[in-house]
Structure formats: structure tokens, C-alpha cells
Ligand binder design. Sequence first.
Ligand code: ADP
Length: 302
Amino acid sequence: MKNICVIGSLNMDLVVNVDTMPKPGQTLLGGNFKEVPGGKGANQAVAMARLGGNVSMIGKVGNDGFGKTLVEALKSDNVNTDYIHTADSSTGVAFITVDKNAQNSIVVAPGANFEVNKEDVDKNIDCIKNSDIIVIQLETPLETVKYALQVAKYLNKYTILNPAPALKLDDEIISNVDLLTPNETELEIISEIKIENEDDINKAARSMIAKGVKELIVTLGSKGSLYINEEKSFFKPAYKVEAIDTTAAGDSFTGALAVALSNNKTMEEAMDFASKVGALSVMKEGAQSSLPVLEDVSNFRG
Ligand code: ADP
């Protein structure tokens, strides 16, 4: 099996349930409060490890209780945390409010995640050197993302960029990506092409390929996912399940893809595996708490 290196964010999610979202200036009494390990980088690393992937993570936490809890959570899921260091800022935190229709609104204080810099990529180069697949998101500084992709491509690694949360990306970033995994909204932002129908998705994806991305998988929520490269495209319908909470569907999907590819599966097989994992993740509440283990996937009859 090949090794995977994730470069990305760790956040403590502070979640409170409310009936309706607060208006500006309003104070509301909410319901239950939960502290849940999150951050796209950590979510994807945990997704991979639970599915049997050999995964190490480069990232930063603060010298505080949240930081310690997050690193322990990764360790208990068998993610190698040797490349996670302590920063001067506080650990990244996400304040999440969920209303009774399961809509959420989120404010992220990135803290230590924004201290992951080029020097950290150099200092932890062994994580990249010892891996075959490098997985990055956009919750660390864009300069770091750009540099990590350059270094990974220089070392001949297969690079996966999950462009979330979406930002406009320069051509140098795009040209060092082997596999891009946006959802529809993210594709619209990075391609700057308004997406209203299937043709627009194809057009936007092709514009990314023209800029040097080798292949894309556009995730389309409960509809499924679409693979596109220079020569071909195919659609994989989603499994029909009852969705309870779609948090981390994209993280679980990208994580599962990386694990399947690290096991030398074909792209068709990898997408089927990731679609099962995505479906399983929406059947449970939360981010890391909703991520399935390999046995759940084997037992899943979609
Ligand atoms: P994101 O969380 O990044 O917006 P998506 O919502 O597109 O990502 O979900 C990623 C993948 O997870 C989808 O392509 C699909 O395979 C699976 N998935 C997401 N929502 C559902 C759902 N309601 N039912 C079944 N599968 C789903």
C-alpha cells in the first residue's frame, strides 16, 4: 500500500443547536453544546486512516487544551502526528450554529493553521518524500499550498487538491494539481464560470484542465460525482440513503478516493468506494464522528 501525506488544518468545532439563527445584535439561548474535532485536513486524514490508509499529517495547533485534544484524537485514529507542531497562536476554532432545519452557519478563527508556512513544508519534507500521494485543502495559507504543491510535483508525487473553502487560485497552483475535487460551488468560484446546468459544469471543469489540472472529480451531493480528464468523462450516481447531516461528506469522499488510489484501485473503483463512504458519512451526525471504518463500507448495501 502507498503512503499518504495530508497537509492541512486542524480545528476544534464548537457546535451549538438553535431553533432559528440569531439576527445581528440578538442574543439567543441555544440548546446542546458540543466540542468536536474538525478542520478539513484532520477530517480527511481521519477518513483515510479509518479506511485503512497509511496517513501522516503536516499541520499546526496552539499550545493549549484544544491542540492537545486534537492531536490525541488523530493519534487514536492511527494518523501519524510526527509532523504536527505547536504554533504561537491558539488552535484553530470553528464556531458552528445549527438550526432546526439542519442549516448551519460557521465562523472559523484559523489561528495556528495560518502559521503553517513554507519553512514547515521544508522542515517536514520527509512526510512528502515518504509518501506517494499528497492531499491538500485551502484552510492553510495559499502561499503554503502553492509551495507544497510545487515541492510535491518536483518530487514526482501524485497531488490531490480539495479546493475548499473555495478561493480564486492562480495558474501556478492549478498547474501542479493532478486531481482536483471541487463541489459545484467550489468549481464555480475557482473557474469563475457561472454554473447553472450540466454543460456549465463540463465547461468549468475543462477550463481547469486547460490550465494544467490532469483530472477532476466534481462532487454533486446527493446526485453523485463526475470524473473528467482531457479524453473522457463519466458520471457516478450517488447511493440512495437517508441523509441526516451532510457535514464532512466532501472530506470523507476525498479521503476515501486517496485511500483507494493508494491501494492501486482504478479511478472507477475509487469513485465507487468514495461514493459509499460519502453516503455513509451523511447517515450520521457530525464531522469526524460520522466517518465510517472499512467494515462499515464492506457491510454497506447501497
Ligand atoms: P461537499 O461536502 O464538499 O459539498 P458533496 O455534498 O458533493 O461534498 O458530497 C460528496 C459526495 O458524497 C457526493 O459526490 C456523494 O457521492 C456523497 N453524498 C453527499 N451527499 C449525499 C447524499 N445525500 N446521499 C448520498 N450520497 C451523498
